[in-house]
Design a binder for this molecule. Structure first.
Ligand SMILES: [Zn+2]
Length: 548
């Protein structure tokens, strides 16, 4: 029965070596990918990207960006953060460590410290020197990060032969992914410099390719133009006119509407930091990613390299306008073209099928509460001052040190058990969804429900005594910009649900509909590459993502 497809005897004998050789690639590709891992893994984080942007803007995307990643790759459609607060530094740390703040220690961007009577920045490190700039704002390092990342583990796996680099406009988004032992992180300094820099944590001077890149002065060029819609106006999805009461402008003294003449704004005294709120902040990030791949020679040999790219401009703009703005859709349509440009570049330089890309977000973002409230939606603003008064009216005036977004700090001499009593009182506030005492979270074995989000974001040494969550749709008034603009940080789906895409070598095409956690990404990448998981990872490999 098999004879019909076998060549006749003479041909079979002559062609035998050729026939075996032709089977070889098939045989190799049948082996698990970890035995022949990709030459380069590129991690892309889009700051504040909600998963529904993919659905809303789909018809405006081109064939080679998000659509290509989804049509040819793996799309986790119900992927979530499972801790609070959903902010940028914890988000990037969680993606790359495969765990949550309770274990990796990046509890928020600006933790409060009682001894300082104030906050400190989680990526600030006064023991390191700025490199490539004199700006003290470049004194940054990952020393507060307590768990290893994919970059750390990849370096160990390959005896430090891998090239592992993080880059972004925001320093925390470049630093957290490469961990403490990755090769380098590069981030943007605005002002009149408009340069990418690093700190002495990583190296003593900028590499030559980066100096040349900075010398091209791209930020000034990108800001010498007008920002108008890329597509005809009628193709955009927005329930609001461009001029509406819920948006803040990208610079003082102008209307929050397109077109925006960026060159006039520059002449009016706006510095090169302005770039961060425009689509060209993302363009510059792609330019830098490509320069890094070329300059460092990434993806050129069989030792896997890791490039962690984070697009920050989507968050800078999203805070100002909220997710329904015309400007936001325009930025995502242009970002789609940036993803296409990056993939096209990798096809050429590393080779189709030789690299793997994953893409996600560090958190989502809320609708502008005032907008939903005006539609009779359940949303609003709660001031920290009113929460403090609520607790004071219930007898806690003497013991409260500080009320922050999501946390209450008690004075050190507060009697034992006060945290539970304060949590009880706060739970009864009509706009509070959940309040739990730290002493309970410490011993909690990750219960279900909202308390689980608090427990997974809680590290006693770095957090307050009572942690709380506002009701869905609510923002702390101090973050709300007087009814304009928005924020994130909660346990509600608009902040926790993010896209998780995998594409390229070793990835099985298809959709994953089962709920997954952001902490599953690092274990999945570790399995793909055949290496140890980051040391504190508690996510699981998502089997549907990996090709068999
Ligand atoms: Zn943000």
């Amino acid at each position: 029965m098999l004879g019909w497809f076998l060549p006749d005897r003479a041909l079979r004998l002559k062609a035998l070596p050729v026939w075996f050789a032709s089977l070889l690639p098939a045989f190799l590709s049948a082996q698990p990918v970890w035995q022949h891992p990709p030459k380069l893994v590129v991690g892309i984080v889009v700051d504040q990207m909600r998963v529904d942007y993919l659905y809303r803007y789909w018809d405006n995307f081109g064939p080679g960006g998000f659509r290509r990643m989804i049509n040819e790759g793996s799309f986790q459609r119900d992927a979530h953060y499972d801790y609070v607060p959903t902010y940028t530094a914890p988000g990037h740390a969680s993606i790359y460590t495969g765990t949550t703040p309770a274990r990796h220690g990046i509890v928020t961007n600006y933790p409060y410290r009682r001894e300082l009577k104030g906050t400190y920045y989680i990526a600030k490190d006064t023991t390191v020197a700025p490199v490539g700039t004199d700006d003290p704002a470049a004194r940054r390092s990952p020393y507060q990060l307590l768990a290893s990342t994919l970059a750390d583990e990849l370096e160990l796996r390959t005896d430090h032969r891998s090239i592992t680099i993080g880059l972004a406009l925001k320093d925390r988004s470049a630093i957290m992914p490469v961990g403490r032992t990755g090769d380098a992180a590069y981030w943007y300094v605005g002002g009149d410099e408009g340069r990418f820099v690093t700190s002495s944590w990583y190296r003593g001077q900028l590499p030559g390719w980066l100096t040349s890149f900075n010398d091209r002065h791209l930020p000034a060029q990108y800001l010498d133009q007008t920002w108008d819609l890329l597509l005809p106006r009628e193709r955009y999805h927005t329930p609001l006119p461009d001029d509406n009461p819920y948006e803040l402008p990208i610079a003082k003294g102008i209307a929050p509407t397109l077109p925006i003449d960026l060159s006039t704004l520059r002449k009016a005294g706006n510095d090169l930091g302005l770039l961060a709120c425009t689509p060209w902040g993302n363009t510059l990030t792609t330019d830098l990613a490509m320069a890094a791949v070329e300059g460092e020679g990434m993806g050129r040999d069989d030792v896997t390299d890791l490039l962690a790219v984070s697009y920050s401009s989507t968050d800078e703009l999203g805070h100002l306008t909220g997710p329904r703005a015309l400007e936001v859709e325009d930025m995502y349509i242009r970002l789609d073209r940036e993803v296409e440009r990056l993939l096209g570049f990798l096809d050429k330089v590393v080779g189709i099928g030789e690299y793997t890309v994953f893409l996600t977000a560090d958190h989502g973002g809320a609708d502008v509460p005032a907008y939903l409230r005006d539609l009779k939606g359940g949303a609003g603003y709660t001031s920290l001052e009113s929460l403090r008064r609520w607790m004071e009216a219930r007898g806690f005036a003497e013991v409260i040190d500080k009320v922050r977004s999501g946390q209450v700090f008690l004075k050190p001499d507060a009697p034992q058990g006060t945290d539970a009593a304060v949590a009880d009182a706060l739970s009864q506030h009509p706009e509070v969804a959940c309040a739990v005492a730290g002493s309970r979270l410490r011993s909690m074995d990750e219960d279900g429900g909202l308390a689980r989000f608090l427990a997974r974001g809680y590290m006693p040494q770095r957090c307050g005594d009572v942690l709380f969550l506002l009701r869905p749709g609510f923002l702390v008034e101090e973050d709300g910009g007087g009814g304009k603009g928005t924020s994130h940080g909660t346990a509600w789906n608009y902040d926790t649900q993010v896209p998780v895409l995998f594409f390229g070598k070793g990835i099985a095409k298809g959709e994953v509909l089962q709920r997954t956690s952001i902490t599953d990404m690092a274990p999945t990448v570790s399995a793909l590459l055949g290496m140890a998981m980051p040391n504190a990872a508690d996510g699981r490999v998502v089997p549907e993502v990996l090709s068999k």
